[in-house]
Design a protein around this ligand. Structure first.
Ligand SMILES: *Cc1c(COP(=O)(O)O)cnc(C)c1O
Length: 373
């Protein structure tokens, strides 16, 4: 038996006939763009998350980009986010000509450190590099499936008149103080990339908000800035729609999602029990549940442990080997090694183990035996 890093095959076997049925309905109707499944999915997503509006879209990256477009983010704007994330969190800022201002992460949760965030906002005017910038917004990232500290972040945002865009690409299905991820800030973005906790069979994403006006603008941006009819364009937008086929597939996956989230908790607990003496296992804050997009551990012997696992046929991955402030794409921002010591240290010591709802106890026992041996 091979151990998969993520096992989409096992999931597909569990839902195959339902998926085929849903796909056949789409083919029979022929409404490939914005068909009835898209509306149905948006209603299900909004009610799951507890948000007034869910606006499906073409990817998690577009789900981040579209709110920034709606807010008119552009040159001269500073948007705060962390360097310990996937490129998309900061890429969308730079794409609009605004400036990503990185803030280091908390060493326990790997999410944006609220103290450091407050300091970065206060310090913007004090540095010649950033004195010309206007603070506009914050993009906290719910890394590996655990929400950031939104009470603190939203307070800081309010104090400075900033928007908060939750990057919930990895945290759909998680919670913070009893509220679901994607409902923790004024607007949130998630991804349905196949490997995410709720994934489709291609690219997809969704935006969540309680704000009726913002939702209307986002729906317009999703179709080229459409106004009252198809050839009336009132703003610059993009082609950001979710395919009807992907919506149909997501509807089936949503039916088993709660079961899968529960299975992920069992898998994570088993890992943490068996590995706590061998590596630094993930910390979940008492006010949070994680949806375990990744199960990531810290060690000073990463190369050795990864090699042992590889020899035993067990796949691992490193999220993320290079923090964003040290990526070539962001050289223009002028950051240097040493600027964000927590993120840099994590990048050197972290790696992720196989994590999916279908991981078997005996496979986890084997992984623990290899790591401990
Ligand atoms: C996956 C991911 C994205 C982008 O989602 P896509 O659907 O791949 O565009 C953005 N932010 C984070 C933190 C992610 O993990």
């Amino acid at each position: 038996m091979t151990i998969n890093f993520i096992d989409l095959k096992a999931q597909q076997q569990a839902i195959y006939s339902q998926v085929m049925e849903r796909i056949q309905t789409v083919l029979a109707n022929g409404q490939y763009i914005m068909g009835p499944e898209v509306k149905e999915l948006e209603a299900r997503l909004a009610s799951y998350v507890g948000a007034r509006h869910a606006i499906s879209c073409s990817s998690g990256t577009d789900a981040l980009l579209m709110p920034l477009l709606a807010y008119g983010v552009g040159p001269g704007d500073a948007i705060f986010t962390t360097p310990f994330t996937f490129i998309a969190s900061a890429e969308v800022i730079q794409l609009l000509g605004a400036t990503p201002v990185f803030v280091d992460v908390d060493p326990q949760t790997f999410n944006i450190d609220p103290e450091a965030l407050a300091a970065a906002i206060a310090g913007l005017g004090g540095s010649p590099k950033t004195a010309h910038l206007r603070p506009r917004g914050i993009i906290p990232v719910d890394i590996f499936g655990q929400p950031a500290d939104y009470d603190r972040i939203n307070d800081i945002a309010k104090e400075h008149g900033l928007f908060v865009l939750e990057d919930a690409a990895q945290s759909f299905g998680a919670s913070y103080k009893g509220k679901r991820a994607c409902a923790l800030a004024e607007v949130a973005a998630t991804s349905f990339f196949p490997a995410k906790p709720l994934g489709c069979y291609g690219d997809g994403g969704a935006i969540f908000t309680d704000d009726d006006e913002l939702a209307a603008v986002l729906r317009s941006i999703r179709v080229h800035g459409q106004g009252t009819h198809k050839y009336d364009n009132v703003r610059i937008g993009l082609n950001g729609r979710l395919d009807t086929l992907q919506a149909a597939i997501l509807l089936v996956k949503l039916d088993i999602f709660d079961q899968e989230v529960a299975a992920r908790q069992v898998v994570a607990q088993r890992y943490s029990e068996s590995l706590k003496e061998v590596v630094k296992v993930p910390f979940v804050a008492p006010e949070c549940t994680s949806v375990w997009a990744q199960y990531s551990v810290l060690t000073d012997h990463r190369e050795e442990l990864q090699a042992k696992l590889k020899a035993a046929g067990i796949p691992t991955a490193i999220y993320y080997p290079l923090p964003l402030h040290l990526q070539q794409a962001f050289t223009s921002l002028g950051y240097q090694k040493g600027d964000f010591p927590v993120s840099e240290s994590l990048a050197e010591r972290i790696f992720s183990l196989p994590m999916h709802p279908y991981l078997q106890r005996q496979d986890q026992e084997k992984i623990a035996a290899v790591l401990g041996g």
